[in-house]
Write a protein that binds this ligand. Structure first.
Ligand code: ADP
Ligand code: ZN
Ligand code: ZN
Length: 758
């Protein structure tokens, strides 16, 4: 017998090895189990791979005598079971990505590096017959820590619990060295059954229908996909909570996927206040050993509710009973490098594979998701009203074409254009005076997006990218350094004193970023010299939330409920619940309707609706002002008048007429290299070997939307087909040949199935 091993190498095949040397001597020594890790030699390296099959003969064109034995078996038991291996195989097939690399994406770093599973946890207990009297009077701290441990009785407690209580590891070590306490290992105890910590809310009719349908699917123990299409504030979370309850009570696990930056201190709290359960939070801030521990807790069933970002979907679960994808339209569900999977899509596959229900919840479903409903592949559950007493905020357009925008007086005495009309400023003032909060949404951090020479038109550009440098500068906090920065490659530069082209000193920041907007609002609403009452301005973007815990601080300030202006980027658009925000202002969010990317209108509308959804979530009614210089734009009018769903269905119709996704299936081939000649040549060569005849629409090779990025050039080919199997069949043959083209050498070629933009 031979053993097929998937290795983390960019080759589209598995590799065969002889069983480990010592087991070949005795005939019935067991082979390393399928799904376990093994160490093998590969060329001159030693790699760790996963056993994927036991076979009788190798189908590799290799001399059997050259086969090498497995060096070492790392697991006695399979690490991944058959459904997990099938998931890996499916991902490899669908995304045309090597199986070994797929497995590498699925496994936490420490597992990949061969670290043994640590299923045992360290406990500490006091030794019998030791008492507080055995301590010197100068060993106060030791004595105090000893006393704390003693409170746990003769079996002591796990190290986790002790550290949480304030004991310190060095002291535990020292007490052990002094022969006063000892450690021992024990398996994690099975979790207690989940119980309710608080009574559920009374559901409204629509919520009730939704919960019943999900319950019904869960009782049947079979796959069903749902689109929980509920307007912002309609109480989707309450539906999740009540849908989960019987699943948890039956001893099964529930996975809740959340978008990348939607993870907030609130997320876990909402689940923890309903259920007494082991709730595991998995996000990008974890270190390797926390991640490995989390992976094991899912696999062993210790975690009963798992709240995690995209990659958590690829974790093994002991007993998964329900998958919920919150804000299912969110773009962060699409991985943008290596294995380019779309987690909301893969969630449906996992549900199908495991025979469980999957709920995609959102106020702004993607067009793909709406089409799945039309095709009968998802069951739609609608929540059309806001829950509780909140009413839906109405959207209002503010024509900003000829209206003068207000100026504010800056600390340096210069007047500054706020970019807000006087109507908008008045609405902000009224809201603050009524004791309520205002959210101003601007999807651009920094001070200004452009630095421009007024004399010759020079603009500060990134030397490495096809992009302007953003001005970072603060008038209010003069101690902060001013500089230019590229938001694509992080290149930084000083702000020049004079124009490098013509020497003029007439160079100015142009346009508005969150810092500048905050400062101009500060001049109007927060300056004690000009206004009687002052209100705090809270800026929320990647720059102000970078520090650990800064989000928590900002949250606390907002949730005190005092009148304030929040100025934020898309970080504030998602899922947050700020009950005292009653006015939302979007100074220029409709710009995306003019973009060349065919997906831009969809994404712009989602963003507008999500941001607008922050208004009036409490008892007071909300208002949304959309300032626009294109008040007649038909898309904008449709969205404002008829709402997101009507808007989305109109877009769907256009996509159908134009033969664009989701009516066709797309594959995007990107090529990246040091010169644009070479990238274009490689793509031309690739096209030349595309199998014919085929039923594909081919666009390209053309420059990618950001042609130059980080000193590298990007070009692309787009393949579209009405027939998904046909597209995949062609890719299956063609893609590996493309990677082996002589002109592709030293270039980075990637394949993106179902790309989100091109
Ligand atoms: P969504 O996720 O749909 O935007 P949330 O789940 O955040 O909405 O709910 C908005 C608010 O409505 C929350 O404060 C929630 O507690 C409340 N809520 C939800 N369902 C009900 C209900 N049936 N009765 C009363 N309040 C509810
Ligand atoms: Zn100039
Ligand atoms: Zn750059």
């Amino acid at each position: 017998m031979l053993v097929s091993v998937a290795l983390p190498v960019p080759l589209y095949r598995v590799f065969d090895y002889l069983p480990p040397a010592h087991s070949s001597s005795s005939n019935n020594a067991p082979l390393p189990p399928i799904g376990s890790r093994v160490q093998v030699s590969f060329g001159r390296q030693t790699l760790i791979g996963i056993v994927v099959a036991h076979i009788n003969a190798s189908d590799c064109p290799i001399d059997p005598s050259k086969l090498k034995p497995i060096k070492k078996v790392l697991d006695d038991e399979p690490l991944l079971d058959e459904p997990m291996l099938n998931l890996a195989r499916w991902l490899a097939r669908y995304y045309h990505y090597p199986l070994g690399d797929v497995l590498a994406v699925m496994l936490p770093t420490l597992i990949r590096q061969g670290k043994p599973l640590d299923l045992l946890i360290r406990h500490w207990r006091v030794l019998p017959n030791v008492t507080e009297d055995d301590f010197h009077s100068n060993a106060k701290k030791q004595k105090q820590q000893f006393a704390m441990l003693k409170l746990h009785g003769k079996n002591g407690a796990s190290e986790d619990i002790l550290l949480m209580e304030g004991m310190e590891r060095p002291f535990l070590k020292r007490l052990e060295d002094n022969g006063l306490i000892e450690h021992y290992f024990e398996q994690k105890p099975a979790p207690l059954p989940v119980s309710l910590a608080k009574l559920p809310l009374d559901l409204n009719d629509e919520q009730q229908v939704a919960v019943q349908q999900i319950h019904h699917a869960c009782e049947q123990n079979q796959y069903q996909g749902f689109l929980l299409n509920g307007v912002t504030g309609s109480g989707k979370t309450e539906v999740y909570l009540q849908a989960m309850q019987p699943v948890l009570e039956a001893g099964k696990q529930v996975l809740v996927l959340v978008p990348e930056i939607g993870l907030t201190p609130q997320t876990k709290a909402r689940f923890a206040s309903r259920f007494a359960a082991n709730i595991l939070l998995l996000h990008s801030g974890l270190n390797n050993s926390q991640r490995m521990q989390g992976w094991q807790d899912c696999r062993q069933g210790h975690a009963q509710i798992v709240i995690g970002t995209r990659s958590t979907l690829l974790y093994p679960f002991a007993n998964l009973g329900l998958i919920i994808v919150d804000e299912a339209h969110d773009l962060s569900y699409k991985q943008q490098d290596t294995l380019r999977y779309q987690a909301a899509d893969v969630a449906l596959y996992r549900g199908y594979q495991l025979g469980i229900a999957v709920v995609l919840g959102t106020a702004t479903p993607s067009l793909e998701q709406l089409k799945l409903v039309t095709d009968g592949k998802l069951t739609e559950l609608q929540l059309t009203k806001r829950a509780g007493h909140a009413t839906t905020a109405n959207l209002q357009l503010v024509d900003a074409r000829d209206k003068p925008t207000e100026y504010s007086q800056q600390p340096d005495g210069q007047p500054q254009n706020t970019g807000l009309t006087s109507d908008t400023i008045n609405a902000i003032r009224q809201t603050l005076e009524a004791g309520e909060q205002v959210l101003v949404f601007l999807n651009r951090r920094g001070y200004a997006p452009v630095l421009l020479c007024g004399a010759c038109g020079w603009q500060a550009d990134c030397p490495r990218c096809e992009a302007h440098l953003t001005v970072h500068h603060s008038q209010l906090e003069q101690h902060k350094p001013s500089y230019l920065k590229c938001h694509h490659c992080d290149w930084q530069a000083h702000i020049p004193k004079a124009c490098p082209d013509c020497g003029s000193q007439n160079i100015d920041p142009v346009g508005m970023g969150t810092t500048r907007l905050s400062e101009s609002l500060h001049a109007i609403f927060s300056n004690p010299q000009t206004s009687k009452t002052t209100y705090p301005i809270i800026q929320i973007d990647r720059d102000t939330t970078r520090r650990k815990d800064s989000w928590e601080d900002i949250y606390r300030r907002i949730n005190q409920g005092k009148p304030a202006i929040l100025v934020g980027t898309q970080m504030v658009a998602k899922g947050h619940h700020f009950p005292n925000v009653t006015l939302v202002v979007l100074p220029n969010a409709d710009r995306g309707f003019l973009s060349a990317d065919f997906r831009s209108p969809e994404h712009t509308a989602q963003l507008i609706i999500q941001v607008a959804g922050r208004a009036g979530r409490g008892d007071k009614a909300g208002k949304v002002l959309i300032q626009t210089v294109q008040p007649d734009n038909p898309l904008l009018l449709k969205l404002v008048k008829d709402g997101y769903l009507a808007f989305a269905h109109q877009l769907l119709h256009e996509r159908q007429v134009m033969g664009l996704p989701p009516y066709t299936h797309a594959a995007l081939i990107r090529c990246e290299g040091k010169t644009s000649e070479r990238t274009n040549q490689a793509l031309k060569d690739a096209l030349a070997i595309l199998p014919t005849p085929n039923e594909l629409a081919v666009l390209g090779p053309i420059d990618a939307p950001m042609h130059k990025k980080n000193s590298r050039y990007h070009a692309q080919i787009l393949l579209l087909s009405k027939n998904r199997p046909h597209l995949h069949q062609i890719l299956q043959q063609w893609w590996e040949q493309v990677l082996q083209l002589p002109s592709a050498k030293y270039l980075k070629l990637t394949l993106d199935i179902d790309p989100v933009g091109w």
